[in-house]
Design a protein around this ligand. Sequence first.
Ligand code: P6P
Length: 336
Amino acid sequence: MKVSLTRYLVEQQRAKGNIPPQLRLLIEVVARSCKSISRAVNQGALGGVLGSAGSENVQGEVQKKLDIIANEELIQANEWGGHLAAMASEEMDDIHVVPNRYPQGEYLLLFDPLDGSSNIDVNVSIGTIFSVLKKTTPASDVTTQDFLQAGRQQVAAGYCVYGPQTTLVLTVGDGVCMFTLDKEEGAFFLTQENVQIPTETQEFAINMSNMRHWDAPVKRYVNECLAGTEGVRGKNFNMRWIASMVADVHRILMRGGIFMYPWDKREPNKPGKLRLMYEANPMSWLVEQAGGASSNGQQAILDIQPKGLHERVSVILGSKSEVDRVTQYHLNTHHS
Ligand code: P6P
């Protein structure tokens, strides 16, 4: 029997009480937005949606047309429902407070509307990443400060990967489940529950072209992987780098592995390339909920107290034994 996303959420609430109606509405609206984004992505050149929009985002990155389409879709779909107080996006400098003409809710939604943009025009998997927090000050007006909560405060997180299948991956703190889009019915159906990342792995994901810029612990770890059976690891490793975090993380949730986008000396004052609030935090919670680990080399990413909406972080996540090893190498360096 096929279990739809709505049925799953209703039954999860009945069993565990961790998806109150407003949160269920939020998740369903985000899923519906991902369906629309998937349709636009699948149109590609036929829909005139490829290429650049001729503008830049707060990160100073060229925006693709689909970045803007996806951002607009999530804003418009989520602002009227009464479940949200405000939204934050990689594509917007400031938070988007729900307009006065609509009721405000207690949830805060953060998202990277279309992650992996460099892959859009070459038909490689991309995705939407989202994270849900609760307003900490019910009374006062929502401000950016309300968003600056550590990743452990998330109440829901997930992504939708637009690949050979369109798959929504979700956690509300009770494990990770996956829903695949049935395009004929236009609905997501449960295809995996209680996802578990294998603790051991022999597959690492990192952009090797940056090797000369890495810090010593990362160089040590990757060189040991490359040494294979002739080195201290005593086994051979495989390498993957899709350059879409959503696709790399999905592979890791499905078959294990370690993903690294560490600090490097190209821009030493930046802790890393990836953003904490709407990329690293949701992905880190999913990975931990699936039995993996996620660190910035010094501490669990979910424990980092954010200082800015768009702050970046060094990311080392995936199979627990490998992440622990890389973290240990960092700690050894700082102690010696
Ligand atoms: P690089 C995509 O632009 C992204 O933010 C992540 O999805 C991906 O993991 C990373 O950047 C790829 O970066 O430097 O390898 O192109």
